[in-house]
Design a protein around this ligand. Sequence first.
Ligand SMILES: [Zn+2]
Length: 417
Amino acid sequence: MSGLGEALKSFAVTRWVSRKSRKDFERWQARALRRWLDRDLPLASFYGKAPRHLDELPVTDKALLMSQFERFNIGGVSARDGWAAASADGRLGNLTIGASTGTSGNRGLFIISEAEKYRWLGAILAKAVPDLLWRRQRVAVILPQNTGLYDSARKSRRIDLRFFDLTLGPEHWRKALEDFAPTVIIAPPKMLRHFAAAGFRLKPLRVFSAAETLDPVDRPVIETFFGRPLDQIYMATEGLFAVTCRQGGLHLAEDSVFFEFEPVGDGLVTPLVTAFRRQTQIMARYRMNDLLRLSEAPCRCGSPLRTVDEIVGRMDDVFRLASVHGPILVTPDILRNAVLKADRRIDDFRLIQTAPDTVELRLAPNLADDAAAAALLAVRALLALRQATVSVDLVRAPLPLETARKLRRVEYRLRLT
Ligand SMILES: [Zn+2]
């Protein structure tokens, strides 16, 4: 099948599945998962044969996948060849290889075929802009790296897609972006917020936050500037995991991923994902680093796909503290809310655990002293309530726009544990 054929088919399947009842959807999903377990998963040498049930398979994670990279892809491509290809043009024969951004040692490689690339494109269009495709859209993708995923869309009749390199900084491409006049913008929330702060000349029909956790503090700034609701695309090296529907529900991509959930307390879960439509790099029961709060109610749009109230942050950024009752975990959402609720004038901050018993609260120098004092007090009170053994220090310093790394307002910065 041609690339365009794959994209169209994927578009159609994605739309068709979204109209099923939950019961019919689950039946369809179970069949698709079973077929994948029988036909695709055994082709990766790590597995070798089909399991009777998914839950017989071990839980996997990034460290395992990266340490035995060649055993998780059906071509047996080694991590060494993968990294070499990713840092060159991202091609290895007819495969596309890309790497996630991140600190060294924590980066992931992905590997997909041409057909998968087009299927991914069809799925994302079906979820994100199905109602806009009656006329040609200009889509601006502003992400850290052009992974090659977007190349497939460039020349198509329905879409004019352009990539703007986040790491170069907006000063390098501001004019090009404004002249392009995108109708759809996909960018990390910090960049969308920068467009607002710097008054970029942009009038998109739809705006998506991607690649970083969307903090509630950024949403009103971005929505006011663009005069539109802000939608989300939740994707990672590991694939496409959720997209906002036209009713504002953030739907899990259960039509290509089977989700299991591990509870971590406070009503939050981390997902184990099984990507049952991927055929090149096999990903089964893979533990994601993200913290999700699942919705209880189905979405008004009628889609059978489950929704998420919020992607709260990353498990990596949970604070790990000692308390009089032993070790405790404090999740990023609770810490963030303590700071933001302390004073309405606070719309940016950094809260970093820098040592087992030390937390640093960073606030910009132009924030009023009484607001800063209130935030410090709020964080101290929260941690005292949990009876944590910790000191919280206030640092007044500028909070610049950083394009080389992901923005994490709440961050756990001890890595040697
Ligand atoms: Zn919906």
